[in-house]
Design a protein around this ligand. Structure first.
Ligand SMILES: Cc1cc2nc3c(=O)[nH]c(=O)nc-3n(C[C@H](O)[C@H](O)[C@H](O)COP(=O)(O)O)c2cc1C
Length: 205
């Protein structure tokens, strides 16, 4: 498949993924107003190519929280990435590292934080959902730090609208509703202590 833009990738995903999984990725929070608005403002931007201008060196690098990255983009946390691609979190982290940027690992990871860190040559940040109590959060931060994560991204809108901004979106379809209600419960189930160490997610093997 030849995908040249996000619209192509979206179509390919729609064809290949089960409906519930596609809706989970494609959807946004609550009434999806913010997603529509964010997309709409991009339409207001006109990119005007200046083909005749010589560009000897193009340097997109920047520094974020002390990390030098090759481009002004960071991979935002996406929960349950493994649901739509084998070892999804590791694969995405590797791609981020190869591109010279940061991967942010969701609390709702399907892969272990240690494996994700090992998969990439780039920095990994850890996103924390404040669920499960103080001890669980402290243990999660400790584990992420020991694994080599260099920053913490705290998502604080979880309790009111389930799993932050995207997971529990408008119930466009009954499949969406089913997955949303599962997500509501997942964080609390996730943090079981196994063999004396906190398990990061329900699915991390
Ligand atoms: C499928 C999906 C899963 C997401 N999972 C998480 C998550 O686990 N933790 C989190 O803090 N944010 C999560 N988000 C929110 C994104 O990290 C990001 O903040 C949000 O999508 C807004 O950025 P955007 O406009 O580039 O999509 C998720 C978003 C999507 C679309």
């Amino acid at each position: 498949m030849n995908a040249i833009n996000i619209a192509d990738l979206r179509l390919a995903a729609k064809r290949r993924l089960p409906r519930a999984v596609f809706d989970y990725i494609d959807g946004a929070a609550e009434t999806e107003w913010t997603m529509r608005e964010n997309s709409r403002v991009f339409d207001d931007v006109t990119l005007r190519p200046r083909s005749g201008v010589a560009t000897y060196q193009c340097d997109l690098s920047t520094t974020v929280l002390g990390e030098k990255i090759a481009l002004p983009l960071i991979l935002a946390p996406v929960g349950s990435t493994r649901m739509f691609y084998p070892r999804g979190e590791e694969v995405a982290a590797r791609a981020a590292g190869e591109a010279g940027t940061i991967y942010t690992l969701s609390t709702l990871s399907g892969c272990k934080v240690e494996d994700v860190k090992a998969a990439t040559v780039g920095p990994v940040w850890y996103q924390l959902y404040l669920v499960g109590g103080r001890d669980v959060a402290t243990a999660a931060m400790e584990r992420a730090k020991n694994a080599g994560c260099s920053a913490l991204a705290v998502t604080i809108d979880t309790p009111s609208s389930a799993c932050a901004s995207a997971i529990c979106a408008t119930a466009r379809a009954s499949s969406r509703r089913a997955i949303s209600s599962r997500c509501f419960r997942t964080p609390f189930k996730s943090f079981r202590v196994r063999d004396g160490s906190p398990a990061f997610s329900a699915t991390a093997a």
